[in-house]
Design a protein around this ligand. Sequence first.
Ligand SMILES: Nc1nc2c(ncn2[C@@H]2O[C@H](COP(=O)(O)OP(=O)(O)OP(=O)(O)O)[C@@H](O)[C@H]2O)c(=O)[nH]1
Ligand SMILES: [Mg+2]
Length: 287
Amino acid sequence: MNLIDFLFKNRNWKEFRDNLWENIRIVPIIAVTLGLISFFKAFNIVLLTVYRGIGIIPITGLIVILCVSAYYLFISWPSKSTNTTKLVGKEILFNPSEIFYPELTKVGVTGLGFVGKTTLVNGLKQKPNPFKRTQILTLHITTSAEYPLKYFGILDGEGSNYSQQFEVINNSDILIILLDHNDQISGYQKLDEERLRESSQYQIQLRNSLKQKQKKFERIHILLNKSDLWSQMIPKEKATLEEWFVVEVERWKGSGFASYISSDKNHSSINQNNCTLILSKLSTNND
Ligand SMILES: Nc1nc2c(ncn2[C@@H]2O[C@H](COP(=O)(O)OP(=O)(O)OP(=O)(O)O)[C@@H](O)[C@H]2O)c(=O)[nH]1
Ligand SMILES: [Mg+2]
């Protein structure tokens, strides 16, 4: 890599502008410059004997100004950002302070363990679905399907690890909340009321934490997952589930944690078509 690339490529120039603004203290600069000039002026005669005939005051002033400018450029120079385009389709460990260029919209996927978060994330990336339980917090880089391309970083953590779930939420611009009717493979065609209670409780904790942090999302999208399974339940259980979902969505709508809150009760993360459209919907604020 040559020096020009090192200095200028993949730097976060927005940060540079902010840094410079923060670092420059115009008053001290002027004071130091004037101070130095007057200092040299006081010793003008001595200095003139050293640098005979070189117009010592303008030259000294210029040197001071150049040094001060170089110092401020140095301390404000932007950090290296990660090149997003090279990571499309990839999964990396999540580091909250990592800066990406082009910028990423961070989409957090949250919900209880086994609700289908990783299955959804794989669907959003249009990748086959290798089944493994999530253990670490990861960021999955992907793009919208149409131009102009938008880059998304999808955050996926372990559902039963609440601190990972809170990290997902605190670092997201858009939040997808996944809900379901049952997490037991053997009881997939039945409504588990205990699961609904646990899920309601989890959402209350989420809202409490968001309230404390005064966090606001660009958008919240709530999905009732596993519709391929719960659509086969008896009508009474189906009605209970749908009513519960409506109540949960209303609670979010009343919370004011996003300017736009949408939902879809007929979602199935194992259905690729269901997943494909989500990112373009989310980036255009369509339902
Ligand atoms: N039939 C059906 N199965 C689903 C659906 N979504 C997820 N699953 C299954 O549910 C199980 C759990 O899915 P995961 O995506 O691993 O769930 P998770 O929320 O990431 O779980 P943790 O990482 O443990 O928090 C897997 O067996 C998935 O295949 C769905 O829409 N329909
Ligand atoms: Mg998972």
